[in-house]
Design a protein around this ligand. Structure first.
Ligand code: G3P
Length: 218
């Protein structure tokens, strides 16, 4: 399972990278705005800054909603850095753009996916990653994890290569559940990765080991 961090915050990206388990970064216009990164020039520079911190894939989102605009933007984004994956929304023009990019060898992440049918279309169009937003489904009393399971089943039935990137992860249990369901990738906040570390018995056990070791030294 690949671990991506879902943020545009460079300090958090560095912290996750330093842990040694980071495989990539996902961003979106809202995450950029949260860090005060606005304006095309600043946003493009920020993508490059992120690529220079991490070794893996960095999703950069197009903001056009027509095919020609998506292609223009996506090609420019892909040229920025070889780690860039072009993030395309699941709309009709987006499906056409996914197919175009796939034929050109440009890697893509199909975003804003909320149903198995949308995920099937993304795979047919040759998306590299598909991003089902499980937290946002949970927010409206719909089982987000069930969507991950449905997409896994469909992709396995036909051997699609599109990787399931479980997105809109909100906490550590989402990460564990997605791992059980066979999501290829998870993207979440730093806290969802940090939470995997913690267990009170680890802390108690370590305290006791160190206390016992130090008995001989006092
Ligand atoms: O990766 C998708 C993500 O950015 C959406 O997360 O928490 O805004 O639903 P959230």
């Amino acid at each position: 399972m690949k671990f991506f961090i879902d943020t545009a915050n460079l300090d958090q990206i560095r912290e996750a990278q330093d842990l040694g388990v980071l495989d990539g970064v996902t961003t979106n216009p809202s995450l950029m705005a949260k860090e005060g990164i606005t304006g095309e020039k600043n946003i493009l520079k920020h993508y490059v800054d992120i690529c220079e911190i991490v070794d893996g894939d960095v999703s950069a989102e197009v903001v056009s909603t027509d095919f020609d605009g998506m292609v223009r933007e996506g090609e420019a984004l892909a040229k920025l850095h070889d780690q860039i994956v072009v993030k395309v929304p699941m709309i009709k023009e987006g499906v056409k753009a996914l197919k175009y990019f796939s034929d050109k060898g440009i890697r893509t992440n199909c975003t804003l996916v909320f149903s198995p049918g949308q995920a099937l279309l993304a795979a047919k169009a040759g998306a590299t990653y598909v991003s089902p937003f499980l937290g946002r489904l949970d927010d409206i009393s719909t089982d987000g994890l069930n969507l991950i399971a449905e997409i896994r089943l469909i992709y396995d039935n036909y051997g699609f290569n599109t990787q399931i990137l479980a997105a809109s992860i909100r906490h550590t249990m989402h990460v564990i559940d997605c791992a059980k369901l066979g999501a290829d990738v998870m993207t979440g906040p730093l806290s969802s990765i940090d939470g995997l570390l913690r267990h009170p018995l680890t802390d108690i056990g370590l305290e006791k080991f160190l206390a016992d070791y130090n008995k001989g030294n006092s």
